[in-house]
Design a protein around this ligand. Sequence first.
Ligand code: FES
Length: 311
Amino acid sequence: MPELRVGERQWTVAAGSNLLDALNQNGVSVPYSCRAGSCHACLVKCVEGLPSDSRPDALSNEQRQQGWRLACQCQVVDDLQIETFDPLRDGLAAQVAASDWLSSSVLRLRLTSERPLRYQAGQHLVLWAGQIARPYSLASLPEEDRFLEFHLDCRQPGEFSDAARQLKIGDPIRLGELRGGALHYDPDWHTRPLWLLAAGTGLGPLFGILREALRQDHQGPIRVIHLAHDASEHYLAKPLQAMADGRENLTIELWTAAELPAALAQLRLVSRQTLALVCGAPDSVDAFARRLYLAGLPRNQLLADVFLPRG
Ligand code: FES
């Protein structure tokens, strides 16, 4: 049976064991979120030996050459020595610049990083509060904001959101992997109808993309739909409305869960050129996507980012 080593510890595991499980079940705590190779919360470094990897394309060549692997996508086939991601050594230092509630369940966290981060609207970043890590989408714009902004859904208890509730201005946070890009704004879309459909805090990245589209003076009609549990959870209603005031090509629609079936049934495509960007929990993204297909939106004109529950 292969042997696994982490620091001073070593133990044997059954050949073919999932690396993330083999570590976590033996007291080596490795954070994870999606278990699907997309969030990169589970990065570990192989310092001796290599596991079998079902998603070699998920990391850059440079990262792979340095030994980084996504533990959730690896199986232990041979002896392996691992270093876990150390946010102090491997992450970028940042601190809390502001923390405030946008609704009873959405916490807005603004961070300043020790050095500028190159990112684009719609990407996500793994945040580390102490040893607790979780990926969150960026709601800020690199060209306009001096801070990194995140909208945290705190409705359900969770290790990271519980820790985030306690954060104060000046508290340290480490930044891990920057990921994503499925949701983005392309200047070639300049004159096309753009639909941004968000559920819950899926609005965060789409808010960034909306601002990017306006910054680039998007000329086509933009339709923003925000789906929330109830009216009190339309946490960006005022800033969205302020952006729409005086702009003929921007409309804002606020839907509650109770209104969803009727509102979806009314959804009609005005143009087959429409691009739809969808973000939020899987069931909501699925409901939006199904309706859009039925309405005739070509599949390659729908870009989606799904907030997977911790698997
Ligand atoms: S990539 Fe491994 S848990 Fe998300």
